[in-house]
Design a protein around this ligand. Sequence first.
Ligand code: CIR
Length: 267
Amino acid sequence: MSQTRSVYEFNSAIVREPSTSVVNGLRADDRGGPTYDGVKAEHDAYIAALRNAGVEVTVLPPLEAFPDSIFVEDPALVFTSGAILLRPGTPTRVEETAELAPILREMFDTVLELPAPGQADGGDIMYTPIGLLIGLSDRTDKAGAEALIACIDKLGGKAQIAETPKGVLHFKTASSLLDDETVVATTALADAAVFEGFRKIVVPEGEEPAANVLRVNDVVFASANYPRTLEMLDNKGYRVVPLKTSQIERIDAGLSCMSLRWYRDGE
Ligand code: CIR
């Protein structure tokens, strides 16, 4: 996994079409579910943005039995050197991994599996130039994080464990890598020890969900719902691509969740 390019340089991604059951996606607080059409529109715009950013996108068919299966980031991790099948930390999502496995085996020579009994969601794992950060959360436990570090080691990478603030679904719900030196985070996560050495941009109070951005090549996908964060990122010189997230936020999701991204060598 030795890295000669930025961790946000991607030429390949996998996404999955939302199923009509997405209206029943998991949520911590029910503010009313999303509509299928609303999620589909946000997802279509997301795929277009990935393609505009120079990424070849493989679109998988919807899975009615799994309302949250649009969030392909959670059941697996992908790298240039291989993929890791994870064990999502919530019962209704565990079998999503088996649904992703065939395409990953087709696309990667090496596919490892997170050994039992650990559990880990991809939403808790941040790629950075100093290695992966694995946030412990209600979805990612210590056994999962430790087993994952061993898998990442087998692929030639390194990782360290972090904490996810209480009440936050995933580590990356509240923080994201913006460039090789900079993270954007909520106040609750900005001072985390793992971010020592990074420049930090803190999202304004009231715009906490805006901390889930997605750096893809030379652009940053950011939620269109948080104007102060958009302006802040723009003022700091990032090329921001605003994308609507009103519907997916109703089921606790943000922009990173909807794809698996990697740099495929030899193309
Ligand atoms: C869930 O609770 O699993 C979904 N409703 C949202 C998953 C969001 N995934 C992510 O942040 N990586």
